[in-house]
Design a protein around this ligand. Structure first.
Ligand code: NZQ
Ligand code: ZN
Length: 388
C-alpha cells in the first residue's frame, strides 16, 4: 500500500538538442548579475562555455565567473564561491557542469545572504535556510546525480574527512535546468559509466525497501531496465544520441523524488560510498559500484521477496525449479555481469582505499534504518572489507 505523500517538483526542465535556446526565455526573468559556475575546464574544451557565454552576452548580463568547482566540491571552495557571489551582488547562479557544479551552486545560493559558516549551518547542524536565497539555474553536462531536478547538495570537508548531503526544499531547487544530451558526449567513458551506475543505484536505493506492491516500484523497474539497455548501447557507441538521451532522462527521474513517493527508502550504499569518498576523493559512482555487491549480498536474505522480484523483472532470471534464494542470487550475478561489462570499478582498493582506512571509513558512515537490515558497525566493517 502506498503511504501518504505529496508530490510537487519546483524545477522547469528543457530537454533536447536545441534546449540551450531556452536559456533566452529564462534569463530575462532574473536580474542583471549572473555568476557563471563551472568545473575544471571541460566546458571550455567542448564548446559549451562559449555557447552559454554567447547567450548571456546577448541577454545583456553582467557575468562573473566562478571556475574550478572540483568533483566532490569542498567546504573551502564553497566559502570562496560565497565571496564571489557576494562581491558580484549575484541575481542568478548559473551552474554549467555535472552534479558537483549544480550541488555547489545550491550550497552557495543559501549562503550568500547568511552570516554563519555554511558548512557548520547546513552540513553539520543541518539547519534550513532562513535568509534570502539566490536563484539557481543549471546547464547539465553529465548525467548521473539528478541534481538538476532535486534539492540535494553534497559537500566534502577535507579537514574533518566528512562528505555530507543536505536535501533542501523547493526554494533551493534549480529554477530551471537545461538538458542537452549532446553536451554529455565529451565525457570520458569512465565518467559516463560512473554516472550510469549512480543512476542505477539511486533507483536501487529507493526500490530495496518495503514489501508492498506499489507503482513506485514498477516505475523503478522500468527505469532500471532502461538504464541497463541504454548503457550497453552507449558503451558500444558513445555517440549514440538515442542511448545518451535516454540515460540523461532516466537520471533525472531516478532522483527527482517521484519513485520514492509513498514508500520507505534505503540509501545505505550511498552512506557507505560517501564515507569512502570522504577518505579517498574517488569518483562518486565508482564508490557506489565498489560497495554495492557486498552490501546487497549481505542484506539479500532479509529482503528476499524483493531481491527475487528484482532478479525476475529486471534481469529476466528463469525461476523454474529454483529456490527463492537461488533466483535472488542469480539476479545479483546478472547485475555483476552488467557492471563488469560496462567497465565499472569493482573494488575499493582500485579507488585508493586501504585496509588501514576501514575503521575510519566505518566511523564516517551514517547508518540509516530504511533498508532490509539495519546495519551495525560490525556489518559495516565486514562489507567494507569485502569491498577492498
Ligand atoms: O570539472 P570538469 O572539467 O567539468 O570535469 C568534470 C569532472 O571532472 C567531468 N565532466 C562533466 N561533464 C563533462 C565532463 N567532462 C567532459 N565532458 C563533459 N560533458 O566529469 C567529472 C565529474 O563531474 P561531477 O560533476 O563531479 O560528476 P557528477 O555529476 O557525478 O557529480 C558528483 C557529485 O554529486 C554528488 C556526489 O556526491 C558528488 O559530490 N551527488 C549529488 C546528488 C544530488 N544532488 O542529489 C546525489 C548523488 O548521489 C551524489 O551524491
Ligand atoms: Zn548518487
Amino acid at each position: 500500500m502506498l503511504g501518504h505523500f505529496s508530490y510537487h517538483n519546483a524545477t522547469r526542465l528543457y530537454f533536447g538538442e536545441d534546449s540551450l535556446n531556452d536559456l533566452y526565455g529564462e534569463l530575462p526573468k532574473y536580474g542583471k548579475n549572473v555568476v557563471l559556475i563551472y568545473g575544471g575546464g571541460s566546458i571550455k574544451k567542448n564548446g559549451v562555455h562559449d555557447a552559454v557565454t554567447e547567450v548571456l552576452r546577448r541577454c545583456g548580463k553582467n557575468v562573473a565567473e566562478d571556475a574550478g568547482v572540483m568533483p566532490n566540491p569542498t567546504a573551502d571552495k564553497l566559502r570562496e564561491g560565497v565571496r564571489i557571489a557576494r562581491a558580484h551582488h549575484a541575481d542568478l547562479l548559473l551552474a554549467v557542469g555535472g552534479g558537483s557544479c549544480c550541488d555547489y551552486a545550491k550550497a552557495v545560493s543559501v549562503s550568500v545572504h547568511c552570516s554563519e559558516d555554511p558548512w557548520e549551518k547546513y552540513f553539520d547542524r543541518f539547519e534550513e535556510p532562513d535568509c534570502e536565497i539566490v536563484p539557481v539555474g543549471c546547464v547539465l553536462t553529465m548525467a548521473g546525480t539528478g541534481s538538476e531536478m532535486n534539492g540535494g547538495a553534497v559537500i566534502t570537508n577535507r579537514e574533518t574527512r566528512q562528505k555530507v548531503g543536505h536535501v533542501f526544499g523547493d526554494e533551493v531547487m534549480p529554477k530551471f535546468s537545461i538538458l542537452n544530451p549532446r553536451f554529455t558526449m565529451s565525457l570520458p567513458k569512465r565518467q559516463m559509466v560512473a554516472g550510469v551506475y549512480d543512476i542505477f543505484n539511486h533507483i536501487c536505493e529507493q526500490y530495496f525497501s518495503g514489501e508492498d506492491d506499489n507503482v513506485s516500484d514498477d516505475l523503478a523497474e522500468a527505469l532500471m531496465k532502461a538504464v541497463v539497455r541504454n548503457s550497453l548501447a552507449a558503451v558500444e557507441d558513445p555517440l549514440d544520441y538515442q542511448a545518451r538521451s535516454n540515460i540523461m532522462w532516466a537520471a533525472t527521474w531516478a532522483l527527482n523524488t517521484l519513485i520514492a513517493c509513498g514508500k520507505t527508502t534505503d540509501w545505505m550504499v550511498h552512506m557507505l560510498g560517501q564515507a569512502v569518498g570522504a577518505y579517498t576523493d574517488a569518483t562518486h559512482g565508482m564508490t557506489l559500484a565498489a560497495v554495492s555487491l557486498p552490501y546487497y549480498r549481505h542484506i539479500m536474505p532479509y529482503g528476499l521477496p524483493k531481491f527475487k522480484r528484482f532478479a525476475q523483472v529486471v534481469w529476466g532470471v528463469d525461476a523454474a525449479g529454483k529456490t527463492d534464494a537461488q533466483i535472488a542470487r542469480e539476479g545479483l550475478t546478472a547485475m555483476e555481469r552488467w557492471m563488469r561489462k560496462i567497465g565499472l570499478t569493482m573494488t575499493l582498493t582500485e579507488l585508493g582505499a586501504t585496509a588501514e582506512m576501514i575503521e575510519g571509513i566505518a566511523d564516517a558512515t551514517f547508518i540509516l534504518d530504511g533498508g532490509y537490515k539495519v546495519l551495525d558497525r560490525a556489518d559495516v566493517v565486514r562489507i567494507l572489507q569485502e569491498s577492498l
